[in-house]
Ligand binder design. Structure first.
Ligand code: ZN
Length: 317
């Protein structure tokens, strides 16, 4: 009681509430300093957690990388820039503005049309991959925002049957491209694939023509298509939509080709040049336009998309 009357005397009048508040604030500051000490205690517990994590050895430079660090670095080796495979969901997360991804045809799943029987049936393979990857097929498609631009985005996933292109991959991408045309949006497809899905025979080969036709229709509307090739992009996918981009980008070190090097060597009876079928070799020979590191991919895509949008506006006016 004595102290409150004391402050009242010194300031008085309307401001009586303030002096009563000011001294505790200065005290509070000192208690904040004490709180940070508690904070350092928390980081000690984090340090204790580290040894429980898993480590991955980089196949290029043999550095042991802590998995959490690798995830934070978008699965790129911080020492030598080796690009590890990345899942479709993680990649979408790394490119798209938060909460803008509206997935299309999420429930579409492959059917064993041919009743394919090999070492294992196609039906049993599909079941196993669905369970292990929690994906329905080898591509995820949807509309989203990358930077300021609305984009029709398709991202392939190598974890699902080697990113092979069956009816579902072809159909989902075709619907995506058609939606892009309808809504006048640029299309971005990030490819990784071993090629057409042999379990679907002719049905998978048809997808090459179907996706290419949808892209031709998209191009007729003077809309841009950016194709991003990641390790590996081969065979039927490489021979259709992956190399039809107005702009073709690739990740460093990605293997890109149609047939495998051994087949080409046997057919041509010639020695293949060093670095054959790598992104760097294909950049030198004019097949692709740029090599973009995964960590710079979003910023680069934003730059290209903004540039193309400005050009489109200028052409329209
Ligand atoms: Zn490395």
């Amino acid at each position: 009681m004595d102290t409150t009357s004391f402050t009242k005397k010194s300031i008085g009048g309307v401001a009586t509430m303030e002096p009563a508040l000011t001294p505790p604030i200065t005290h509070a500051q000192t208690t904040f300093a004490k709180k940070t000490k508690i904070g350092t205690g928390k980081s000690k517990t984090k340090k204790r957690d580290i040894p429980e994590g898993l480590w991955t050895k980089c196949p290029t430079c043999a550095t042991m990388i802590f998995d959490k660090e690798l995830d934070e670095n978008l699965k790129v080796c911080p020492k030598c820039n080796h690009h590890f495979p990345i899942g479709s969901r993680e990649r979408i997360h790394s490119l798209v503005e938060t909460c803008t991804f509206e997935e299309m045809d999420a429930a579409m799943a492959s059917v064993d049309v041919l009743g394919f029987k090999g070492v294992a049936t196609y039906a049993s393979k599909l079941e196993a991959y669905k369970k292990n990857t929690t994906l329905k097929d080898a591509v995820v498609t949807g509309l989203c925002k990358i930077g300021e631009q609305r984009v029709a985005l398709g991202v392939m996933d190598f974890n699902f049957l080697g990113g092979s292109m069956g009816s579902v991959v072809g159909e989902k991408l075709t619907r995506l491209i058609e939606r892009g045309t309808e809504k006048e949006l640029p299309v971005v497809i990030i490819s990784t694939s071993g090629g057409a899905r042999m379990y679907e025979g002719m049905f998978s080969l048809m997808q090459m023509a179907k996706t290419s036709a949808a892209l031709a229709y998209h191009a007729q509307h003077r809309l841009p298509y950016i194709s991003v090739l990641t390790h590996p992009t081969t065979a039927g996918v490489m021979a259709s939509y992956a190399t039809l981009g107005d702009l073709i980008l690739a990740e460093p070190g990605a293997m890109i080709g149609f047939a495998g090097p051994r087949v080409i060597k046997d057919t041509t009876q010639a020695e293949l040049p060093p670095g054959f079928q790598t992104a760097e070799f294909l950049l030198d020979h004019g097949l692709i336009d740029a090599i973009v590191s995964r960590r710079e991919m979003k910023a680069q895509l934003i730059e290209y998309l903004n540039f193309l949008a400005v050009r489109k506006k200028a052409a329209a006016s």
